[in-house]
Design a protein around this ligand. Structure first.
Ligand code: FAD
Length: 369
């Protein structure tokens, strides 16, 4: 039987081991609720480099934030098309202006893949939160090439992905690499999203546009929305209630205040800037001096934030999402081919009923969106 790089079913899919294996012996498998970095025994020469680079097999150096802010991009349009305050776009722009490139996640042809961008006009393709596991495999070598050529790289991704990139890059190039991680709840597999969409007669690979969240609410759409405007769909209910993540997410080692990236961005939940809340206010933590410089010199309106209050309102800064007691049973039903809408209703009845009532009230004009 083939071995896995880290403990079975605990792989984050960061792809660092795939990048450093010169024998091309490792592939990432995805069974909808578990990822595994599988080693091909016929190709493996037991050099151990994959184990060395694996973030699950090693301690991760986590640093305390040295500065923290809340804020938003001062260009209104950017704030509108971003999921939160448009910080990712604003720092990307400054980084490119200073001669670097940005590497982040975009959606095309049904894939959530990483790309390198050196053009401010094209930065928008990264904007928006994709509430699904993206795939960084293959991008490490591209980043490496840029760094080797002396071009600074800003990587923006999930915390495990940012750490995977950092670990896969030779130390001598790391000073030109800047990493930004998102505060992250956890992520469902792309296969779970694909199944959900197919049950709504939508083929993921044929979608041109997919939006998981807009300032008007939390929805999944392709021009038309799935479900009723203002009413949360079952994919989103499962996501927000931590029911649909791959198993490793419930043991996430990055869900704490200390982080391994230069910058961490998320939502400033519970912000005291009440009038701004609906437009998108981001929480920003800087763990390094170069991170602080980038934040302070980008087009961002920065405000003080009470860090204690921010952490209280953002549980992912103190612990990983809790694995529901009935997670195994849910996984079994989905793997057995049960319909996602119906199964989510069965496991999160109260949350789903609330949305059904909301839909009726909206229809009767007794409630506004
Ligand atoms: C799966 C997920 C869970 C999250 N959970 C929380 C949470 O619990 N609490 C919280 O405060 N914030 C959370 N966020 C972060 C939040 O949604 C915003 O992305 C963040 O506040 C930055 O907003 P922005 O307006 O600056 O940029 P955005 O417009 O949101 O752009 C964010 C950047 O992240 C990249 N990105 C988006 N989705 C992915 C993905 N799936 N994989 C890799 N990179 C991606 C984009 O390419 C872009 O560069 C989560 C984000 C994701 C993707």
């Amino acid at each position: 039987m083939n071995k896995t790089v880290c403990e079975e079913n605990m792989c984050t899919g960061c792809g660092a081991c795939v990048a450093v294996c010169n024998k091309k012996a490792i592939t990432i498998s995805d069974d909808m609720f578990h990822l595994n970095a599988v080693i091909n025994n016929d190709l493996c020469i037991n050099c151990g480099i994959c184990q060395k680079v694996c973030l699950q097999q090693n301690n991760v150096e986590q640093n305390k934030p040295i500065k923290w802010y809340q804020g938003w991009c001062s260009i209104e349009k950017v704030r509108r098309f971003s999921a939160s305050g448009g910080i990712a776009w604003a720092i990307g722009k400054k980084f490119i202006e200073d001669g670097g490139v940005v590497c982040s996640c975009s959606f095309s042809d049904g894939a959530f893949k990483f790309e390198i961008c050196d053009n401010i006009e094209e930065l928008q393709k990264f904007s928006g939160s994709k509430y699904v596991k993206s795939n960084p495999v293959g991008i490490h070598r591209e980043i490496n090439k840029k760094l080797k050529a002396g071009v600074p790289v800003l990587f923006v991704g999930l915390p495990c992905q940012a750490e995977g990139v950092r670990r896969s890059i030779p130390e001598k190039y790391r000073d030109k690499l800047m990493t930004v991680d998102l505060i992250c709840h956890g992520t469902p597999s792309r296969l779970f999203l694909k199944k959900y969409l197919s049950e709504h007669e939508i083929i993921l690979e044929k979608l041109k546009h997919l939006s998981f969240r807009s300032k008007n609410g939390f929805a999944l759409n392709e021009g038309k929305m799935i479900g009723h405007p203002g009413v949360m769909d079952r994919y989103s209910i499962a996501f927000l209630n931590s029911l649909s993540y791959t198993e490793n997410c419930y043991k996430c080692k990055f869900a704490c205040k200390c982080r391994s990236s230069d910058i961490t961005i998320g939502d400033s939940w519970g912000t005291d800037l009440v009038c701004e809340a609906g437009k998108g206010v981001s929480l920003i933590l800087c763990q390094s001096e170069k991170g602080c410089n980038l934040i302070e010199n980008s087009q961002i309106e920065l405000h003080d934030v009470d860090l204690k209050r921010a952490i209280t309102n953002n549980p992912q800064l103190s612990r990983a999402s809790l694995q529901p007691k009935n997670w195994d049973a849910f996984v079994k039903e989905i793997n057995d081919g049960k319909n996602i809408d119906k199964t989510v209703f069965k496991y999160l009845k109260y949350r789903c009923l609330k949305q059904i009532v909301k839909k009726q009230l909206l229809r009767l004009h007794l409630l506004r969106k």
